[in-house]
Design a protein around this ligand. Structure first.
Ligand code: BG6
Length: 478
């Protein structure tokens, strides 16, 4: 029989350091790869060092949104009070590696950064909000990028493991749920953001991405190994940018195209959950004329240190076909996909597919049979109906309500064990893909525009009151 007490369902919201803290050089913080991203369409493109128009050659006029964020570094106490009032019992955020280790190579942590995170944890504890901590959310010290090529180098892995070990020791009494990397599979789509990777025209891009991926997968295993020694109760999760890829038609060729697209992403959770690379990976390397540098013991380390739960982000499904030439495409989370004629994107930059959440939950649970954790889900759109101090966002209420319904069906009818739900961008923040504040996700509005202008005041949107009401009815009921 099960004698352990059932954990309450974790209802919360999520943010990241790089999209909120701002103060990018304050109090001893060093710049990160993310701080190098300007507010223009170079954000998602691979960085070629031999291209004069790369993001290292910025003009005085180029605005870098993460330098200001939403000033969370100073507003966290008030923001946590708003979360407490909202009624969430958990909150996912990331720790900024370069706020603690400015260049990544220091041997002692920056005391001001440390004091900041200690106070953040203390305030969450006072508000009875459980922290879910991401150790690397699209962020590494810029100096590891410029001096070592980011995650292409094993040295970056060593420095990350040192940082992670420090953080896990320092906050061992504050945190139970750890996510070593945000959306590791995004390194294949946005290699500079996901891994601080830079290229020259001669590089085999795929080789570099998979080499960096190997280092992140190893780093993840190291963190699990070290963390379980620090506190055996620690729970670790992979974090997959998920969303099932549908075939555009029942043509077997389209079905196969969809399978191929999904397995590129699933490789990452496969290694983190099962402890080994999928069978096709050797052939993939051979076909693309590269090998991955591995050290003796690497594969054992991966095999012995797998994760406890499967966490993922879900914004939408994707769609693939064998022949895409005549088909419409649309942007989705970090890449472009085929426009699905059965889905809409009214009031949303990306297509909306609530049933896709249930489909994705089942896809991942069938594959891994581990507790599942939705750590990002939400709708990014402009909220311009600021009327008499109110933000009316019925589309966000509908998005949340429709996704909650599918999540409930996945639990009740499909039997999927779910740890919790973190709504993404619970407080408006800087968008990764667009760099804009005006692509808003929050139930809490932040009065700041795309160029960082505004009062920075927080305003409860209609969706805030809706979520608050929902939580009152559903929290502590499993
Ligand atoms: C996920 C990231 O990819 O999607 C978040 O983990 C990001 O950091 C979110 O903000 C939404 O994407 P975007 O581009 O709208 O900010």
């Amino acid at each position: 029989g099960n004698t352990t007490m059932k954990q309450p369902f974790l209802w919360g919201g999520a943010i990241s350091a790089n999209q909120t803290e701002g103060n990018y050089l304050a109090d001893g913080k060093g710049p990160s790869n993310f701080d190098q991203l300007p507010l223009d369409d170079r954000r998602l493109k691979p960085v070629y060092l031999d291209d004069p128009n790369n993001i290292f050659n910025t003009e005085e006029a180029d605005y870098h949104p993460s330098h200001n964020g939403i000033d969370f570094y100073h507003t966290y106490a008030d923001d946590i009070a708003l979360l407490e009032e909202l009624g969430v019992n958990s909150f996912r955020f990331s720790i900024s590696w370069p706020r603690l280790f400015a260049t990544g190579e220091e041997t002692t942590a920056n005391p001001a950064g440390l004091a900041y995170y200690h106070d953040l944890f203390d305030r969450l504890k006072q508000a009875h909000i459980e922290p879910i901590v991401t150790l690397s959310h699209f962020e590494l010290p810029l100096q590891l990028v410029t001096n070592y090529g980011g995650w292409a180098s094993r040295h970056t892995m060593d420095m990350y493991v040192r940082y992670a070990e420090f953080v896990m020791n320092e906050f061992k009494d504050d945190v139970r749920y750890w996510i070593p990397f945000n959306e590791m599979n995004m390194i294949m789509h946005i290699p500079f953001i996901g891994g601080g990777l830079t290229f020259t025209k001669q590089d085999n891009m795929l080789q570099k991405e998979y080499q960096a991926a190997h280092h992140q997968l190893l780093a993840n295993a190291h963190v699990v190994a070290i963390g379980k020694r620090i506190n055996p109760d620690f729970q670790f999760g992979c974090m997959l940018a998920a969303g099932r890829t549908y075939p555009y038609t029942p043509n077997p060729k389209d079905v196969w195209a969809a399978n191929l697209s999904d397995r590129t992403a699933l490789l990452f959770s496969d290694v983190q959950v099962r402890g080994h690379y999928p069978a096709y990976f050797d052939a993939l390397c051979r076909k693309n004329h590269f090998t991955i540098d591995m050290a003796p013991g690497d594969l054992d380390l991966l095999a012995q240190n797998t994760v406890d739960f499967v966490s993922f982000s879900y914004y939408s499904s994707a769609c693939s076909a064998a022949d895409t030439d005549a088909l419409d495409t649309i942007a989705t989370n970090g890449f472009t996909t085929l426009k699905n004629p059965y889905l809409e994107n009214t009031n949303s930059v990306w297509q909306v597919d609530p049933l896709g959440l249930r489909i994705t939950l089942n896809q991942l649970y069938d594959r891994y049979e581990k507790p599942m954790f939705i750590v990002e889900n939400g709708i990014g759109t402009t909220d311009d109906q600021l009327v008499d101090g109110h933000v009316h966002d019925p589309y966000r209420i509908k998005y949340l309500s429709d996704h909650f319904d599918q999540m409930q069906l996945a639990q009740e009818e499909d039997g999927i064990p779910l740890i919790g739900y973190m709504m993404w961008g619970i407080i408006d923040l800087v968008s990764v893909s667009e760099g804009k504040m005006s692509k808003r996700y929050g139930v809490i509005y932040v009065d700041r525009d795309d160029h960082g202008q505004g009062s920075n005041q927080r305003i409860r949107k209609d969706s805030y009151y809706w979520y608050q009401d929902y939580l009152t009815q559903h929290i502590n009921q499993g």
